[in-house]
Design a protein around this ligand. Structure first.
Ligand SMILES: N[C@@H](CCC(=O)N[C@@H](CS)C(=O)NCC(=O)O)C(=O)O
Length: 206
């Protein structure tokens, strides 16, 4: 059985839990990180020297970096379902995964910290407004993409939908005023109807 290390309020853990569910792999999840601590022990640092979550253990194989774990689970256990064998189409999907890590997550994080987690230093309106401005810009890009395609991974659901879908879950469930994005909303609702998504994406977000 797979082992997934990390608290479920972490967006990066959510990606991995969702992917494991989509590829039909049973897993045990171990609560570490945030209020649970446990990331600075020699045993944990031997698994991930960054002292961060998530970590995946698949038998004797150990892996960190959430998007890489999603790719691994897809290729190792989900080739027929969420992985794309065509190189160009796969690159199109993977591009959205990298966009999530480098663009959308950094925009959403200060908003979550300010509005939901009330982290000191992030509650100033100007910090929240900057994050919202950047997030709206990115949501407009997503809207244009999803207006023409049912999924970010193309014609069928795949790894890009899992990773960016975790960002959309935060976006649609934070108490903020959002511009209407009908295509993003339709896509998010279709994702959240999936049992593996519901098992990975807690509500209310925290
Ligand atoms: N690039 C890493 C980032 C990992 C990361 O930032 N994890 C955060 C949670 S989302 C963490 O470990 N925070 C410390 C904690 O939860 O105590 C990945 O995608 O796996």
């Amino acid at each position: 059985m797979l082992k997934i290390w990390g608290r479920l309020s972490s967006i990066n853990v959510q990606k991995v839990v969702w992917a494991a569910g989509e590829v039909g792999q049973a897993f045990e999840r171990i609560e570490v990180g945030g209020p649970f601590g446990g990331l600075d022990t020699p045993e944990y640092l031997a698994m991930n020297p960054n002292g961060q979550i998530p970590v995946l253990q698949d038998g004797s194989f150990t892996l960190w970096e959430s998007n890489t774990i999603v790719r691994y689970l897809a290729e190792r256990h989900g080739a027929a379902s969420i992985w794309e064998s065509d190189v160009a189409r796969r690159a199109e999907a993977e591009r959205w995964m990298d966009w999530m890590l480098s663009e959308l997550q950094p925009a959403l994080a200060p908003v979550l910290w300010g509005v939901v987690r009330k982290v000191p230093g992030y509650t100033e309106p100007s910090v929240i407004e900057n994050g919202m401005k950047q997030a709206e810009k990115l949501m407009a890009i997503l809207e244009a993409q999803l207006a023409g395609k049912p999924f970010l991974s193309g014609e069928r659901f795949g790894v890009a939908d899992i990773t960016v879908g975790c960002g959309a879950h935060r976006w649609f469930n934070m108490p903020v005023v959002r511009t209407e994005r009908p295509a993003v909303q339709r896509w998010y609702e279709s994702l959240f109807a999936r049992p593996a998504a519901q098992a990975a994406l807690p509500l209310p977000i925290a």
